[in-house]
Write a protein that binds this ligand. Structure first.
Ligand code: NAP
Length: 548
């Protein structure tokens, strides 16, 4: 296989090629410049490949570029929510808080992009519209909305799991006279709510972070809740050198643990675990609640598989809600029931439940009092009208497949990815698709992706794909494709792993249940030892891939 020069030396329209003079040629095109895309650029360039990055936003950062609503911050401790690949970067960067705010996380992405010299290789403010695999040259022809054509042997999709906003069609929304904001596309200029009557639709992680902050400014804040969520206190605070030192001492052990065959939040070991007495469980949840953060879900290995454990944890959190929220009707409406704790992504908050004790905050329970219509100056529900000056939609994302499905990918036989995934996404290991040679997805459906640390999961995929590409190049192959049987077996395994847990028991975005018409397929891989399996497959000559 011909290897072109590093990106900055790229020739365009090379003699003898069918390419147009303005076509951009590269070994690899990386779509997306969030954490995964930036690392992919770095890693593939290290392999000596020419790499072109394409990013919709005018800057790096991915979801952290767009999600800048008030209160936006990470729900994973910042020391963990950081790249692991560079000890130098780890030593240089100091997080100010246990759970960093959006601006600091974006600064970190910018710092990493500059530190590793990645910006010159990225086309910003550019969106990929379609991509077709050219059988004659074994290359992807990638077209963008700026009119450019990029021809690259490998196409790496680093478009993120939570990047395409779920734009809900509330009846009458277009008639609303005030400003409407979506948390996932927040304006870059300051937004002021002081003295205004503000409505928030949604009570997921984004809303739960935003509501306490907006409530401090708004004259009146009305929260429209369709499904209550479980939320635990972050207990955020400043980080100091001692915290960092403690973290550094255990980080390598953590990294090594990721490779273990036993690693996985909901491993098969969970099924043999005992069910501890209720008082023992509650005492543990109490400690973890005081400690803060999502670690409560790690209290017992069978918390996400065994209803007798999960029910106690869920009731514990409901009791905390009842003890915080003074109005019993509001407290009960905020208590999630009917689905297990942890099977929708748990929220991590700073004062969420207590916000409902403020005199300027009201909850509308849409299960009892549904929205009938948005009006010019408010929202009409079954029971009356709520006057509003501004409306915030915290309605989430078309998760995991949204960004991939909106690109018109055409495979060898002309089938688009959208068509191939009509009944739900199908991948081998969450990284590759049969029928789509040389196309790789980072943290794709069928991989742990959003379960666990998405930055580390992204790094793992980039490294693994880099190994796979290097393997192909060493064999002189110009085409790498997942085998349809390997893909089918993997999808069966992904479904079987999910089926052994409580995850499918909630209408979550993990299942695509938040998007009307989206097939209900549990998308993340929640089995055990994912990295171990990937390593074994690589050691076995990338079993399940064809190298032609
Ligand atoms: P989300 O969890 O999907 O929440 C969306 C909310 O909007 C839900 O309460 C949903 O109700 C509601 N909703 C959707 N359509 C609606 C409609 N037509 N009418 C009324 N309500 C509607 O989205 P998110 O809060 O943006 O969070 C998504 C994920 O992003 C999180 O789970 C997390 O993984 C990630 N995230 C992370 C952070 C962080 O790191 N701190 C922050 C924000 C987000 P239903 O539940 O009934 O569908």
């Amino acid at each position: 296989m011909a290897v072109s020069a590093p990106t900055q030396q790229l020739a365009t329209g090379r003699a003898g090629s069918p390419d147009a003079p303005d076509d951009v040629l590269a070994d690899v095109v990386v779509v997306g410049a969030g954490f995964a895309g930036l690392y992919a650029l770095y890693r593939f360039r290290q392999l000596g490949l020419s790499v072109v990055g394409v990013e919709d936003a005018p800057d790096v950062g991915g979801t952290w570029y767009w999600n800048r609503y008030p209160g936006a911050r990470c729900d994973v401790p910042s020391l963990f929510y950081s790249y692991s690949f560079s000890p130098e970067l780890r030593a240089e960067w100091h997080w100010s808080e246990k759970y960093a705010a959006q601006a600091e996380i974006l600064d970190y992405a910018r710092y990493a992009a500059d530190r590793f010299g990645l910006r010159p290789h990225i086309r910003f403010s550019t969106r990929v519209t379609d991509a077709a695999f050219d059988e004659a040259t074994d290359r992807w022809t990638v077209r963008t909305d700026t009119g450019e054509t990029i021809r690259a042997t490998y196409c790496i999709m680093a478009t993120g799991c939570l990047s395409v906003p779920n734009e809900v069609a509330l009846p009458g929304l277009e008639d609303f006279a005030g400003p409407t904001y979506h948390t996932a596309r927040w304006p870059h200029e300051p937004v002021y709510f002081r003295g205004l009557r503000v409505g928030v639709v949604g009570t997921g992680s984004s809303a739960i972070q935003l509501i306490p902050v907006v409530a401090e400014d708004a004259a009146q804040l009305t929260v429209f809740q369709r499904t209550p969520n479980f939320s635990v206190p972050a207990r955020n605070g400043p980080l100091d050198q001692a915290d960092e030192d403690r973290f550094v001492r255990t980080f390598d052990v953590y990294l090594a643990g990721l490779e273990s065959p036993d690693f996985g939040r909901v491993g098969t070991a969970a099924f043999d675990a005992p069910v501890p007495p209720v008082d023992v469980q509650r005492a543990r949840y109490e400690r973890l609640w005081e400690q803060g953060g999502g670690a409560i879900l790690l209290a017992y290995p069978n918390l996400l598989t065994e209803p007798a454990v999960n029910d106690v944890a869920a009731e514990f959190v409901r009791d905390r809600i009842r003890s915080i929220v003074t109005d019993p009707v509001t407290a009960e409406a905020l208590c999630p029931t009917g689905y297990p704790i942890g099977v929708k992504r748990i929220c991590v908050d700073s004062g969420y439940y207590a916000t409902f004790n403020r005199p300027n905050v009201a909850l509308v329970d849409l299960q009892r009092d549904p929205i009938e219509s948005v009006l010019a100056d408010g929202v009409r529900t079954a029971s009356g009208t709520v006057g509003l000056d501004a409306l915030i939609l915290a309605t989430g994302f078309d998760a995991m497949t949204g960004a991939l499905a909106r690109i018109d990918f055409r495979a060898r036989n002309g089938v688009t990815l959208r068509e191939a995934w009509a009944e739900g996404p199908r991948t081998y290991l969450g990284v590759a698709m049969a029928g789509f040679p040389n196309l790789f997805v980072i943290t794709g459906p069928g991989s742990p992706s959003v379960i666990g640390n998405v930055i580390h999961n992204g790094e793992h995929h980039v490294d693994w794909i880099a190994g796979c590409i290097a393997h192909g190049r060493n064999r002189g192959a110009s085409r790498i494709e997942a085998d349809a049987r390997a893909e089918a077996a993997w999808m069966d395994h992904v479904a079987e792993a999910a089926g052994r847990t409580l995850f499918p028991k909630a209408n979550s975005w993990y299942l695509g249940a938040n998007i009307e018409g989206k097939p209900r397929v549990f998308m993340p891989y929640v089995g055990q030892g994912y990295r171990y399996q990937c390593a074994a497959i690589a050691a076995d000559g990338y079993r399940g891939f064809r190298f032609d």
